[in-house]
Ligand binder design. Structure first.
Ligand SMILES: *[C@@H]1O[C@H](CO)[C@@H](O)[C@H](O)[C@H]1NC(C)=O
Ligand SMILES: *[C@@H]1O[C@H](CO)[C@@H](O)[C@H](O)[C@H]1NC(C)=O
Ligand SMILES: *[C@@H]1O[C@H](CO)[C@@H](O)[C@H](O)[C@H]1NC(C)=O
Ligand SMILES: *[C@@H]1O[C@H](CO)[C@@H](O)[C@H](O)[C@H]1NC(C)=O
Length: 444
């Protein structure tokens, strides 16, 4: 019985005429050519492609995952709120006296709050029409403003709440398409009542964990985006670097840790370990202020004088040293168990770094690092060299940059439709609130 069926099938197939077969073949070839042509055309116009930095590796293996993740076409529109359009935004940007300058706030490890704002403003994906925007960027330099005494916690909280109350598009989506940057370890906690107000929004932050502070973590791996810390421009810009990487053979130390202890267990252990093995582990007492303050170049010279740069956790899980390591070309060793790393859709961190349990800081760690052959160290460093462009806040015309990678992550979060508890819709597409007022007339 079974054979009968298959026979009849094959005979039907055979009955297919040669002309049909040729026609089908021609169609396949035609479709293929058209697709190639379209790909090619789209490729020339797209604003961002990430294939320039990692095509084929030394072993002739195919393109990296980063290529697969970030190739194709960026197609999204972002509206950037203007500082004069919403009452309160200027406070979040320049403080209560309006005298905190963006120039000051763009420096240092929290500079991302200014850099991202500027990059969105200049970007080709920016739109000035709210009705066509996929995302809304809410600018704020509060980390800097707070540090400079421009606003206190209470004012920051109240100002955010006031700002949000003036945004109908925020209400429409429940905040889901609104983007906020919180550049420090505190994450969204800088805005005390964040959980009440922006719990559905997209938060860009270097910090993924705050459980040690007994705050609930403000970071949600499925909606938020981890961003790299802001590395000194002098190290990331192509010409000429503040400090050039040393060849491995000329590095004096096996590993180093540069930073203050700040009473943190892991850091104190490293400083103790360095006293026992001063020729292997460099842990200098660094001055970050006062007359003996370490210069920027000196700092990076120290950092680059070891094969491995240890990056223990500090006040919070993320550490800038991890990102800096790639520019002086030492292999970063993460000693921060709960760290979250950026762009995990594209970067395989096991190829470019080491993560070691922070509970095992001691001679075992040094012995392990010592046992790693130089060839393996060189390989990690050279792979890191091809990925580090992802930590650089360059415009999206630079296809491998932190900003491009963020745009790709945003693109994955695109939604066709937005709703919130306050949103209703009618048979004819009219969006209304619970009082049946049409969206265009919402005042807040
Ligand atoms: C801003 O102005 C206030 C009031 O004049 C002043 O107290 C404060 O020091 C100024 N801040 C900066 C950063 O210039
Ligand atoms: C933040 O501000 C809002 C509005 O003024 C207020 O209701 C809320 O209690 C504040 N949160 C904190 C933690 O102070
Ligand atoms: C989340 O935010 C919405 C407003 O967008 C608020 O109504 C809700 O209570 C918040 N949820 C929590 C758990 O605070
Ligand atoms: C849709 O229907 C409602 C209720 O009939 C009406 O008030 C509204 O003007 C209509 N909207 C459009 C865009 O026609």
């Amino acid at each position: 019985m079974r054979s009968l069926i298959s026979n009849s099938k094959s005979s039907r197939f055979n009955a297919c005429t040669r002309a049909h077969q040729l026609a089908a073949l021609a169609l396949v070839v035609f479709t293929f050519l058209i697709t190639r042509l379209l790909d090619h055309t789209v490729g020339q116009f797209q604003s961002c492609r990430l294939d320039s930095y990692s095509s084929v590796d030394q072993n002739g293996n195919s393109k990296s995952f980063a290529y697969r993740t970030y190739s194709g076409r960026l197609n999204l529109k972002v509206y950037v709120y203007d500082e004069d359009e919403i009452e309160g935004l200027r406070l979040l940007l320049y403080g209560r006296h309006g005298n905190i300058s963006a120039e000051n706030c763009v420096k240092g490890q929290w500079g991302t709050q200014v850099k991202l704002h500027r990059l969105f403003l200049q970007s080709s994906i920016r739109t000035r029409k709210k009705e066509e925007a996929d995302f809304f960027f809410v600018p704020s330099y509060v980390k800097c403003v707070r540090m400079m005494g421009g606003l206190n916690d209470k004012e920051i909280n109240q100002t955010y709440v006031k700002v949000l109350s003036q945004m109908p598009y925020f209400r429409l989506s429940g905040g889901r398409n609104h983007i906020f940057v919180f550049p420090s370890g505190a994450g969204a906690h800088l805005f005390k009542s964040w959980a009440m107000h922006i719990n559905r929004s997209i938060i860009l932050t270097p910090e993924g964990d705050r459980t040690d502070k007994r705050d609930t973590s403000a970071f949600n791996t499925w909606k938020d985006i981890i961003i790299p810390g802001n590395v000194e421009d002098g190290m990331t810009l192509d010409t000429p670097k503040l400090v050039k990487p040393l060849p491995l053979s000329r590095r004096k130390f096996l590993a180093n840790y540069l930073g203050r202890a700040q009473g943190k267990a892991g850091r104190l252990q490293l400083i103790e370990l360095a006293k026992r093995f001063p020729d292997k582990l460099e842990c200098p007492e660094l001055k970050f202020s006062g007359p003996d303050k370490l210069g920027r170049a000196e700092y990076f010279q120290h950092l680059g004088n070891a094969k491995f740069c240890l990056a223990p956790r500090g006040e919070s899980s993320w550490t800038l040293r991890f990102y800096e390591s790639f520019f002086v070309e030492c292999v970063p060793v993460i000693l921060s168990d709960r760290v979250e790393l950026p762009f995990q859709d594209a970067v395989d961190y096991s190829k470019i770094s080491i993560k070691w349990p922070s509970t095992r800081i001691g001679t075992q760690l040094l012995d392990y690092l010592n046992s790693i052959p130089d060839k393996a160290v060189e390989e990690m460093i050279s792979r890191g060299r091809t990925m580090r462009c992802l930590w650089v806040y360059a415009p999206e015309t630079d296809p491998c940059s932190a900003f491009s990678a963020i745009l790709w992550e945003l693109q994955k979060k695109l939604r066709q439709f937005h709703q919130s508890a306050e949103t209703f819709w009618l048979h004819n597409g009219s969006v209304v609130n619970s009082d049946l007022v049409e969206f265009g007339k919402w005042t807040s």
